[in-house]
Design a protein around this ligand. Structure first.
Ligand SMILES: Cc1cc2nc3c(=O)[nH]c(=O)nc-3n(C[C@H](O)[C@H](O)[C@H](O)COP(=O)(O)O)c2cc1C
Length: 415
């Protein structure tokens, strides 16, 4: 279980930070607690340009992947510190990153009131419509008299406070587990299973069940992501070992929300070039996760050419390049036969018969089966006009791979 814990102050010395460090160590067998310093964030302003919001974006990504959030608040003038309020404003303005996220409030102060008043304020903020967290009710962790409640090496030495902390944190872990279970069941109903199990989609070229559609996307060796025509991250193919790891929490976000701010201009440039018809495809060969990969962005259009969105194809091309480098496509000029005559030894090239139709690639496979020139591995057919046979898109619209450094659907840079 991953929990993100926000130190509710920008002070260099903080008892609230000491508390979170203690919790991280003390509860290490129950959860992986990552401590986050809010002093990395700029002060909140609606006018801050996107290019200065990189740290905000990074924090939002951490929150998306966390199972729960702890806010540890000092008490300043009976309320929460301005720096903490500013951080929460970043997390609630034009974003729903906190929505339904399990949250817990703890706090330390010098006085006997033990941050009780700032905690009440923090709780009010966290249940506001723009925060909308699943706030752990009750379970007040009130650590007052800070300078005497911790040992010099940062242990919480007040036994009553320690008991209260242990009890409340255990409740928080159970609380998160309840939401995880509810989400899993919901996910099984809504995502893992096609919603209309017996429905067919009738394509002009055949029909598919929803289950088949889903499994095709999970099986093909490329992953696909879609930014829809309104520039929202709408869908990604559910595939094991994706090159780009996606998160369902990002679905529905705008291009601006789901990309690092620095990548947004590049991404928008690609998307706008598709939207205005200037380009149909952008191609980027690059190294990813230690192997050669290909990323291709395509303008998705309806049959009348109207822009429907941008799709991103990503996949390792190691296997294809290895085939190529081992001569899989080299042909003998005289016979037209593949030079790769031992292709039959390759488990993947054993049989030149088309597995779905049973048709042989050989024009003459009923003839003498000992004739090596007819039992060939398929030689690729060259497209007459050099265009992409699947989409009809011309490569003329592609840009130099070096021009573009951002992932157009999520904006993650590969560099
Ligand atoms: C501007 C300011 C206002 C404060 N107001 C209160 C207060 O209203 N109630 C209280 O118990 N402590 C108050 N304190 C003392 C804090 O509780 C104390 O500084 C505490 O250690 C802050 O938490 P930290 O160590 O995590 O920064 C205030 C401190 C500052 C700097």
């Amino acid at each position: 279980m991953k929990i993100l814990a926000l130190v509710g102050t920008n002070a260099k010395f903080s008892y609230n930070r000491i508390l979170l460090k203690y919790m991280k160590k003390h509860f290490r067998q129950m959860a992986d607690i990552e401590i986050y310093e809010i002093n990395q964030l700029p002060p909140f302003s609606v006018d801050t340009p996107l290019s200065e919001q990189t740290e905000v974006w990074k924090l939002k990504q951490k929150i998306k992947t966390a199972d729960g959030i702890i806010f540890s608040t000092p008490e300043y003038d009976h309320g929460i510190p301005a720096a903490l309020k500013s951080a929460v404003e970043w997390l609630s303005y034009k974003t729903n990153v906190l929505s339904h996220k399990p949250a817990m409030v703890v706090g330390v102060s010098y006085g006997r009131q033990a941050s009780a008043r700032s905690q009440v304020q923090m709780r009010q903020i966290l249940i506001s419509p723009d925060c909308d967290t699943n706030l752990l009710p009750g379970n007040e962790v009130l650590i007052g008299n800070a300078s005497h409640s911790f040992s010099k090496d940062g242990r919480l030495i007040n036994p009553e406070m320690r008991d209260s902390l242990e009890e409340s944190f255990t409740h928080f872990v159970e609380y998160i587990q309840i939401f995880e279970k509810v989400n899993e069941e919901g996910l099984e109903m809504s995502v893992k299973q096609p919603t209309i199990s017996e429905a067919y989609i009738n394509f002009p070229t055949g029909r598919l069940t929803l289950k088949e559609v889903q499994q095709i996307f999970s099986t093909i060796p490329f992953e696909i992501d879609l930014i829809d025509s309104t520039d929202h991250f709408a869908w990604y193919s559910d595939k094991p070992n994706r090159e780009h790891v996606r998160n369902v929490a990002s679905l529905g976000e705008t291009v601006q929300e789901c990309h690092p701010p620095m990548a947004v201009p590049t991404v928008m440039k690609i998307i706008n070039s598709f939207r205005n018809g200037e380009k149909d495809v952008v191609t980027r060969p690059l190294w990813m996760n230690g192997h050669r990969s290909l990323i291709q962005y395509y303008a998705l259009r309806d049959i009348n050419g109207h822009y429907l969105g941008t799709i991103e194809f990503t996949g390792s091309v190691e296997y294809i390049l290895n085939l190529f480098e081992n001569g899989a496509w080299s042909t003998d000029g005289n016979t037209g036969a593949s030079k790769h005559e031992d292709a039959g030894n390759d488990e993947n090239a054993e049989d030149s018969v088309d597995a779905s139709t049973g048709a042989s690639e050989s024009s003459d496979d009923s003839n003498d089966s000992t004739d090596n020139t007819s039992a060939v591995t398929a030689t690729p057919v060259e497209e007459a006009d050099g265009s992409d046979a699947t989409t009809g898109a011309s490569d003329a619209g592609s840009v130099d791979a070096n021009d573009e450094e951002a992932d157009a659907t999520t904006g993650a840079s590969e560099n």
